[in-house]
Design a protein around this ligand. Structure first.
Ligand code: ADP
Ligand code: ADP
Length: 227
C-alpha cells in the first residue's frame, strides 16, 4: 500500500490548466524529488497532495486519507496533525524566538508549552544551532532560518513532509547541509518526503526523481543521474 497515491489529478486556475491528469504513487518512507520546468505544475501538485489546494478532478490518498474530498476544516486538521511543510523562504514568525517557531506545530496540536519547547530545543544541537534557541527568528541568517523551518516541519513526526524548493534561497554548501538534515531527520522518523526542486544536486538526495511536464508526471527516473 502507498503512502501517497494521486490519480488523474486535474486543476485549472481560471483558464490556465496547471495539472492535466497527474499520477503519482509514493511508498511509505520514500523520499521523492519532483523536478520539471518552471510553470509545469510542480508546486500545484505538492499543494494538492498536502491538502492546501483542492483539485477539480481526480483522487488523492495520503496516509490512508482521501484528501481531495475533505472539507477545509478536516484538511486543516490533517495538515496540522499528519503533515509537515517546508517552503523556499522559511516563513517563520519573525517576532517569535527560534524555539517557539519550532514548537508551533506541537502547540497547535495541543501539547503543553513547556513540553513543546523541550521537544523543540532537542533539535537545535543536531541542526548546528545550539545557543540560538532564544534568538528572534527575524534575526537569523537565511541558512539558520531554513534549518529552523526544517525542524518545525519535522518536529511533530509527520507522516509526510512536503518541501517546496527548501534550498532555493540558500548557497550550495548551506543547501547541502539542509538536505542532509532533511533526509536524515525524515529517515529516522520514517517520514515520507515529497520534495520539489529544480536542482539535480538536491534531487540526488532523493530515492527517486519524477518529472513533471505540462501538468503531468511524465517520467520516473533513478535519483542519481548526476548533474
Ligand atoms: P511550477 O511549480 O512547476 O513552477 P506551478 O504549479 O507553480 O508550477 O504553476 C503551474 C501553472 O499554474 C503555471 O502556469 C502558473 O502560472 C499557474 N498558477 C500557479 N498558481 C497559480 C495561481 N494561484 N493563480 C493562477 N495561476 C497559477
Ligand atoms: P514556483 O517557484 O513553484 O514556480 P512561482 O514563483 O511561480 O512558484 O509562484 C509562487 C506563488 O505564486 C505560488 O504560490 C503560486 O501558486 C502563485 N502563482 C504562480 N503563478 C501565478 C499566477 N499566474 N497568478 C497568481 N499566482 C500565481
Amino acid at each position: 500500500t502507498y503512502a501517497i497515491e494521486a490519480r488523474d489529478v486535474r486543476l485549472a486556475f481560471g483558464a490556465t490548466p496547471a495539472l492535466r491528469g497527474a499520477n503519482l504513487a509514493v511508498t511509505p518512507g520514500e523520499v521523492v524529488a519532483v523536478m520539471g520546468p518552471s510553470g509545469s505544475g510542480k508546486s500545484t501538485l505538492l499543494h494538492c497532495l498536502g491538502g492546501i489546494l483542492v483539485p477539480d478532478a481526480g483522487e488523492i490518498h495520503v496516509g490512508g486519507h482521501r484528501v481531495d474530498t475533505l472539507d477545509e476544516t478536516a484538511r486543516s486538521t490533517l495538515r496540522r496533525d499528519r503533515f509537515g511543510f517546508v517552503f523556499q523562504f522559511g516563513q517563520l514568525v519573525p517576532e517569535l524566538t527560534a524555539e517557539e517557531n519550532v514548537a508551533l506545530p506541537l502547540l497547535l496540536g495541543g501539547l503543553r508549552r513547556a513540553d513543546a519547547l523541550d521537544r523543540a530545543r532537542s533539535w537545535f544541537d543536531r541542526l548546528g544551532l545550539a545557543g540560538l534557541e532564544r534568538r528572534r527568528s527575524g534575526e537569523l541568517s537565511g541558512g539558520q532560518a531554513q534549518r529552523v523551518a526544517l525542524a518545525r516541519g519535522l518536529v511533530a513526526r509527520p507522516t509526510v513532509l512536503f518541501a517546496d524548493e527548501p534550498t532555493g534561497a540558500l548557497d550550495t554548501l548551506t543547501g547541502e547541509q539542509v538536505m542532509n538534515l532533511l533526509v536524515d531527520g525524515a529517515r529516522e522518523q520514517g517520514t515520507t518526503v515529497v520534495l520539489v526542486t529544480h536542482e539535480a544536486r538536491v534531487a540526488a538526495y532523493a530515492d527517486r526523481t519524477v518529472l513533471v511536464r505540462d501538468g503531468r508526471v511524465t517520467a520516473d527516473e533513478p535519483a542519481r543521474v548526476g548533474s
